[in-house]
Design a protein. Structure first.
Length: 263
């Protein structure tokens, strides 16, 4: 027992519940950002990867186009060569000479055909790369739009909640100072519990348990409470903490009553 006077204890209990309600509201306000920051981070990582692969694709397309150009240049000079050979053919004197030139013309022609095949193959490849590029580009634009939309939403939430957050922090500060002045040990205990427990829940209401008819459990760790303790909690004039988790225990009606009186 931290304090002995019954009405004083009741007043401390009210203050503990009030502090808890304020912290709950603060958590709720902060939770409104939800997973937006994480979503923005994930989408940005995706956008970076896509941007990188688009750059690589563009480079591959550029290389293929250069290859196609050089094959065209090579075919142009092969055709010139072929023309010259055909002229030479008109002026040959021996069969052997005729045969040699004819063979060279055939070979030149084959090389031109082969080059044309390569050009078609490369153009086909470039076309599929260009298609992939434009698809990826559309995906990137979509991701960028989603990032912008989420950033905007997060900004609105931040602007909207900043005022509420500041207001709650002020209320918490005032009440904390008050409780600290009235009962420093109790305040320290509350603070320790609040900081160490999951969700910052230092004060919880007890809940009926399905395990045993008419029995109650700690609303934080669900440990079954002795009947005597339950009865004492219901009197609302004693500060009681859960033996298992250390949370302050109050009855649900009390908690709701105090919370309602604050709004
Ligand atoms: Zn507990």
């Amino acid at each position: 027992m931290m304090t002995t006077d019954t009405s004083q204890v009741r007043e401390r209990l009210v203050e503990l519940i009030q502090l808890q309600v304020l912290y709950d509201r603060l958590h709720a306000v902060r939770a409104r950002q939800g997973d937006l920051p994480q979503q923005i981070e994930d989408l940005s990582a995706k956008a970076d990867t896509l941007q990188h692969s688009l750059k690589e694709l563009a480079e591959q397309i550029r290389q293929i186009e250069a290859e196609v150009r050089s094959l065209h240049v090579s075919n142009d000079s092969l055709r010139d060569h072929e023309q010259k050979l055909r002229k030479k053919l008109e002026a040959v004197r021996t069969n052997q000479e005729y045969y040699d030139i004819e063979t060279e013309i055939k070979e030149t022609h084959l090389t031109i055909e082969k080059n044309l095949q390569d050009i078609r193959r490369l153009q086909h490849k470039a076309e599929s790369f260009r298609q992939k590029y434009s698809e990826d580009e559309a995906t990137l634009r979509d991701i960028q739009a989603r990032i912008a939309e989420r950033k905007e939403r997060l900004e609105v939430i931040k602007q909207h909640t900043a005022e509420q957050e500041a207001h709650l922090l002020k209320q918490i500060e005032v009440l904390s100072q008050q409780l600290q002045a009235e009962d420093p040990r109790l305040f320290q205990l509350f603070e320790r519990r609040r900081r160490s427990l999951r969700g910052g829940k230092a004060v919880v209401s007890i809940i009926p348990t399905e395990r045993v008819e008419g029995r109650y459990a700690c609303g934080g760790c669900y440990t079954l409470l002795p009947r005597q303790l339950h009865w004492e909690i219901m009197q609302r004039n004693k500060i009681i903490v859960c033996e298992s988790c250390g949370r302050f225990l109050v009855d649900e009606g009390f908690y709701t009553e105090v919370a309602k009186s604050m709004s």
